[in-house]
Design a protein around this ligand. Structure first.
Ligand SMILES: O=C[C@H](O)[C@H](O)[C@H](O)COP(=O)(O)O
Length: 233
């Protein structure tokens, strides 16, 4: 099976968690896109759900499928959020943000009774950090913030380059929130909690891609079938 087939497999299993009347958080990325597509087909067949998107891209996709959409202002408590991840460790700690949606994703996940990750099994790692950690920052004072971030990363025992994320055309990427992303190429993150706490107090840092204590479970698809981490039901 291709990686995309595996993503579809994980998304289909997550759809089995959806019950009529649920308030859902809809993730962002190629795996979450499959979940939203499958959910759209169920809505077309009469499933009653109310959803909040984690990005403008997912919002547009859901609207195009006729999925009833809300906002966290109107629906501040969600029953289930289904979202992808860039890395998942055995403790269900995540790196997210390759698609620049980490800020809204974390807000939506935190507003949910349960967050379930869907991914192909290549995302499962023994230790976080091989994937660059996305960190969302305010454009104002970027270089001062970058220096403070570097100091905080070092103090937490990690090390690596911070690279400003660019679009393919070379312009600086702006997130849905109008912020920049610095990707931290750390190689390994021995203490995610320490690093996350250190980044949280750096002025100018809006949010980072370490999702700690947010995922209740993960559905990981491989050629051998589905591996379930934690509690998805
Ligand atoms: O910002 C993007 C999100 O964190 C995605 O959920 C994450 O990057 C995984 O995306 P994909 O399912 O495309 O690998």
């Amino acid at each position: 099976m291709s990686p995309d087939d595996l993503k579809k497999l994980a998304a289909a299993r997550a759809l089995e968690l959806v019950r009529p009347g649920m308030r859902l958080g809809l993730g962002t990325g190629s795996t979450a896109k499959h979940f939203v597509d499958l959910l759209g087909a169920r809505v077309a067949a009469g499933l009653d759900v109310l959803c909040v998107a984690t990005s403008e891209v997912t919002q547009a996709q859901a609207e195009s499928l006729g999925i009833p959409m809300s906002t966290l202002d109107e629906t501040p408590e969600l029953d289930l959020t289904v979202d992808g991840a860039d890395e998942v460790d055995p403790q269900l700690r995540l790196i997210k943000g390759a698609g620049a949606a980490l800020l809204r994703e974390k807000i939506v996940a935190a507003a949910s009774k349960r967050m379930v990750v869907i991914a192909d099994d290549s995302k499962l790692v023994a230790e976080l950090g091989r994937f660059p950690l996305p960190i969302e920052v305010v454009p104002f004072g970027l270089e001062a913030t970058r220096r403070a971030m570097a100091a905080a990363i070092t103090a937490s025992g990690a090390a690596g380059e911070l690279r400003l994320r660019k679009r393919p055309d070379g312009t600086v990427l702006l997130t849905d929130g109008g912020h920049y992303i610095l990707d931290a190429h750390l190689g390994r993150i021995a203490n995610p909690e320490l690093l996350g706490a250190a980044l949280n107090v750096v002025p100018g840092v809006v949010e980072h891609g370490l999702f700690l204590g947010l995922a209740a479970g993960a559905i990981l698809a491989s050629g051998d079938g589905l591996k379930i981490l934690g509690a998805i039901e």
